[in-house]
Design a protein around this ligand. Sequence first.
Ligand code: C2E
Ligand code: MG
Ligand code: MG
Length: 709
Amino acid sequence: MALFWGIADLVWMILYNFYGLDPESSNFLLYLYILPNLFLVLSGIFYFKRNLKKWHRFQLVLDGLITFVILSIMLSFSVYEFLVHSNLDVHDYVANLSYLILDLIAIEILVVLLMSARVSSLSATMIVTITGYTLYVLADLAYVYKALTNTYVPNSFIDSAYVLSIVIFGFSAYFEWVHPTLRVNPDLVENPENVGGNRRLLYLLEFPLILSLSGIMKWHALLLIVFFMGAYYYVSNHSQTAIKTEIQLMTERLINEKLEEIVNARTKALQESYRKLEKIAMTDMLSDLYNRRYLIGKLDALLLKRDTYFSFYYLDLDHFKVINDIHGHEMGDEVLKVISTRLYNWRKENLTIARLGGDEFGIIHLQAVEDGKASCASICKEIFELLSDKVVIGDYAFDVSVSIGISRYPYDAMDRESLIKHADLAMYQAKKINGDDRFVLYNHHHGAAVERRNQVELYLKQADFDRDFSLHYQPQFKIADQSLIGVEALIRWHQPEIGMVSPAEFIPISEETGMIIRIGKWVIDKAFEQIAIWNSDDSERSINQALRMSINLSPLQFDSVDFFPYIQERMAFHNVKPEWIDFEITENSAMNSGTIMEEIFTALSGLGVGISVDDFGTGYSSLSYIKRFDLDELKIAKELIDHIVENQEERLIIKAIILMAQGMGLATIAEGVETEDQLVILKELGCDAIQGYLYSRPITAGEFESKYL
Ligand code: C2E
Ligand code: MG
Ligand code: MG
């Protein structure tokens, strides 16, 4: 605005000084002076636009309206006459009219602005600006009045006022620069600025009053203005009340929103801590993998959906117990951690990996294809690869292998329990396979096996020992002179409903259920009774030889507290000499629990009975380990004897076993000898005795007596 005012003044000066023209008669200048007024109005409008949000609309319109009405009345009752009776030429007339209209708009803006700033005090910058604004408009109005009445004299008092107003604008611009006040308004204004009393409007009365007093405006116009202002006060008061109610409502709404925000934030925090708790609840503490609970939940969720094909993998580390027993549980935990980390790092999108507890892991494998056998195999391959590297902890390096059983939904089971059970069954089948990298997909034979097992367990509980059990005896011979040296007592079970059940089947079950303790006692009692008859001098059925009775023991029997007292008591009862008795303990069970076995073997030889290691050569114990025990005999496993004829390597192994046994002062007996060829080779290798179908199957006591009495 000031720029255009300056330009116009410059043109004035040029015209006057250089061209000697009368600037007052220049039409160009006349119109050029419209521009500063125009920009003045524009600056007002601009300010308005920026601050519009701060004001309540209805009150704004009301304020604008009353100002407009008052100005219109003033205009029509004062300047109007000059306009009508003016004798100016067209250009002068149009230009002055434009000045006037723009001035009036500027006044309108100014007044509305002042009224709108009801509640807030004006900033220093604003006060200075408004002063400049007012001065300019007043000067311009005076000019228009003078021009219309043809009384204007250049460079008079009016022009000084113009200059002063521009200087004031300069000041306000400087103020604004030093202390900026103009800010972009926030979107939401709780309290409009133009709410409050209407006192400021009273200032407006000054102008009509001055106009009336100076005689420019008629008195009745003043009355009209007062009337309108009265009306305005009435409406405005109502509007203020309405606005206050509105503000109250808005405040309430804002408070509600704030409350809602707080509630939302609280809820979020709660959800967050719930999520954390949930994570703890579903994570396995040792491994950071999911835990059993989570896996079960996941299985249930999948089963509920009924539309996803998936497989459940049951993983069990092989011989993990040995690591725990020999190196301690802390070492065992470290090994588990390493394995878990490998599994964790390997996890994929379609796999849920969890530690079920101990050395067992479970994996849910989502499958797209209906028959996912091939993908199961490739997943297993990856798992075996993961475990192929030794687990190194400190100075130790462990070879860890795993057995995997798999059941598939929906083929192998439709519910969670069966799925897990079937995978578990398949895993046990996998354990039975020799060699590494073992996995088995469940099939219904495994299920039938379980059913049979459960049935056997049930019948075993119902068994009447003396009626259903019997002992068969398999003779043992010295290779050197083929003389009978002893018998092995082997239990037979004739179940009335299902017939004969092999000890290979029911002994493991009786071990699992603990029934082996009672069965073992029954066997010991019967075998003692029998050997006492055969070895006594005065019995009719006496074979009159120092026959040896081999009795199979399960390691579980040592756990029962009355095991040793029972043996001693039965020996005394049947008059059995300790040297007639030989206890067989299988190699694997003998190795499994280290030091305790050492004590037991010592205690047994304290009784004076013999001890044999049964099925020697099928486990993974070393002879040096055996050396620590007080033993009498090694029974070379049938599995080794089976291939002795055609397999040179196996023959070498047996040779080594026999040589070392001799070195340690142990006798050797080969079991499961079926052919003459085997016998010849065993004789060559220096084996002491044999037991097998070649000479005799296990037979009843009666059969034995009729054969050897
Ligand atoms: P074991 O102690 O190794 O017994 C030898 C097994 O091999 C017996 O099987 C016997 O019948 C069989 N056998 C002997 N010679 C030959 C042969 O030349 N060819 C073949 N093919 N087999 C032969 P059985 O009687 O079925 O016993 C199986 C296993 O059950 C025994 O293996 C033993 O571990 C266990 N067992 C048997 N009776 C008892 C018992 O009273 N108490 C305990 N704890 N276990 C027993
Ligand atoms: Mg045996
Ligand atoms: Mg055996």
